[in-house]
Design a protein. Sequence first.
Length: 228
Amino acid sequence: MSATGKRVLFVLTSVSKNLQDGPTGWYLPEAAHPYYVLAPHHQITFAAPQGPNPPVDPSSVENFKDDESVKFLSDDVVKQKLANALRVKDVNPSDYDAIFYVGGHGPVIDLASDEDNIKLANEIFRAGKPTAAVCHGPAALVGATDANGASIFKGREFTGFSNFEEEQVNQVKAIPFLLEDKLQEKGGKYVKADQPWGPKVVVDGTLITGQNPASAKGVGEALLKALA
């Protein structure tokens, strides 16, 4: 890891159960793929509402056996970072040059309404720092506002997990709201891949979003470029 790199905060959910009491958490490839894009160049810290050892979604461990996802689970540096994850309320926004929200259904349940997270996101975005999220991660930004008090999505293009994809995984009732609908209500312009589950990354100013697990590496690459 570069000692001279910039500082990136990865924010993960602390939720392990969805609204139907099914297992959830942060989604493995959506952390692993961007991590290995950014870690050789920048300093990465993890945070979650409840701090250390945020729960990984077990289904993501079962479904993603690619090299980076497998490596992430066994990486001693990553394990240490997760064990020492900060509590969101203890984060000093001025310590970081960018923020990235990892997906999984969890962020829709806790981060979306977490006042400490909303304050953190506001300060990062208003400081003109890259603000990135993938899949359900953009839900963590539903309460974030610019210096004028308007939603950071208002008038901006964004992407995230689509209604159709949510229906395909039969999780519509497992979360408080549908990301595609909620962020359009905030004035955002939703765009998506031509095919469900296809990669899609949208960069609109300092707001960087990815649609789904296939988009996670691309979000990492866009964030790397934004930090150059």
